[in-house]
Design a protein around this ligand. Sequence first.
Ligand code: SF4
Length: 347
Amino acid sequence: MTRMECRLLVWYEKNARKLPWRETLNPYHIWVSEIILQQTRVAQGLPFYYNFITNFPTIKSLAEAPEDAVLKVWQGLGYYSRARNMMKTAQIIMRKHQGRFPSNIAELRLLPGIGNYTAAAIGSFAFNIKMPAVDGNVRRVAARFFGLDDPIGTQKSDQLIESLLLDEMRDCPPALFNQAMIELGALVCKPTSPSCAECPLKENCIAFSENLQEMLPVKIAKKAPKPIYMDYLFIESENHTWIEKRPDNGIWKGLYEFPNTISNGNKLQPNPFHEWFANSAETIMHEPRTFKHQLTHQTIFATLWQFSCKEANIVEEKLKNKIKISVSEIYQFPVHKLMYRFLTEVN
Ligand code: SF4
């Protein structure tokens, strides 16, 4: 029995949350849950999980689904590249693995969007492979428990944590050990004010014995996100509007949005869309509204310009390559999170 093993598992049996992906050995369901949980917390992720599994109940159904249908189901989670990678992975599994998830870590790692953590999670939960699954929660618990003072999140640090945990895992069922570590990080060894008094690991925890909980884990300093300024155009014309599809590269690729431009400054520009309208006197301009939208490496300041007018008043050339739809139809298109905010926060 190792320093962690016994108490950790007893604690997990008593305290684990009942979650659908913990009650199954189906690697497809486990994989879907893991990718969704990279995007959001458990409570918010549950409805997305059920919706995804209902729409695409098997790996085959996902492999054969049209991209727009998958993106639509993914809407609200952000990082659409993850949904696209899931489609690619499903297609590879159908083509090369006869529709079955590979049952070894090396082959899982070769699939798009599956990194060390996800491979270890699928491998241990579905196939009982002895491999620690090191995610953000586990890194934090391990850094505190072992008193690791090098920055976490690097390849070197992950390898060290993996080997230390592999040793602690010993004869333990890998799925239980990994789930217990993840759950302990989520419920007890939280980023701030961990509940050490309730922790099954406290007797051997270095951070607890040396009062280092707030100093560990050490994190690599992040670069400040870059600001981007954008203007979006929402025209309402006799119950219709215009949208466009983003190109197949850059952020939000392939998603739909209102016509837009990138601007340089952080000050509200005079109407950047005045050239769209033949007669400004016949165009009603509503109060523009600026949205701050945070991405990992960028902060977008997007101003939504809303106009009402007759279609005959819009310069025809501007509508080239735009898609005319009825305003209510917009919800049928996969849109990015910022666009979703426009639609839900502006009436
Ligand atoms: S004793 Fe405290 S710091 Fe150590 S693992 Fe438990 S909750 Fe985390």
